[in-house]
Each structure stands twice: as C-alpha cells, then as structure tokens.
Design a binder for this molecule. Structure first.
Ligand code: FES
Length: 106
C-alpha cells in the first residue's frame, strides 16, 4: 500500500509501505522529519501525532483508551482527525492513505 505524508508546508512524501508496518515505522524508515516517535511506538510519547484524512480515518480501529490519553498531550492541537501513528497498522485496505503532519511534535 501507498501512504502519503504531507508536511505542514504542503510538501508530500509518497511512501510504499509493506502491510503490517505501522504508519510511524514507515515514516521513520523513509526519513520523514515530521514524526519523532520518542517512545518507539508504545503509545507513551505523543510525538508521532498525525491527522488522518477523511475516508481513511474510519478504516482504522478506534482510538484506544491509552491512545486517547496520549492524544490529550500532543504539542500541536488535537482534532477529530488526530491519531498516534504508532497505533496505525498499514493494510491493503488503507491503500492511498493520506496523513498530515502537525506543525510541531515536541
Ligand atoms: Fe510514542 Fe507513538 S511513538 S506514542
């Protein structure tokens, strides 16, 4: 599946991601600066915050209680589209996924 990460300034990074990888892992592997992921994917840092675009948002499992708590601690404002990218597993179902990167992670 293809995932497109969009920087706050509109720059797009299109990345081919193997199914089963996390949206966060794929960004780190691709050298995308907008995701920091300090805790390494344990839903404990909120520095992997992304905004998931419209039609894809509902294709992911809902926000867990743990994720919900961390999303209250994001540096950039939380919106209805906010997710922790370490909690998002890429599958064929989300091919074409677009996530926007927040202004700041730390
Ligand atoms: Fe830390 Fe996602 S990498 S919460």
């Amino acid at each position: 599946p293809t995932v497109t990460y969009i920087d706050p300034d509109g720059t797009k990074h299109e990345v081919e991601v193997a199914p089963g990888k996390r949206v966060m892992q794929a960004a780190i592997a691709a050298g995308i600066d907008g995701i920091v992921a300090e805790c390494g994917g344990q839903a404990m840092c909120a520095t992997c915050h992304v905004y998931v675009e419209g039609p894809w948002a509902e294709k992911f499992p809902p926000v867990s209680e743990e994720e919900d708590e961390m999303l209250d601690d994001t540096v950039s404002p939380r919106t209805d589209a906010s997710r922790l990218s370490c909690q998002l597993v890429v599958t064929d179902e989300v091919d074409g996924l677009i996530v926007r990167l927040p202004e700041d992670q730390v």
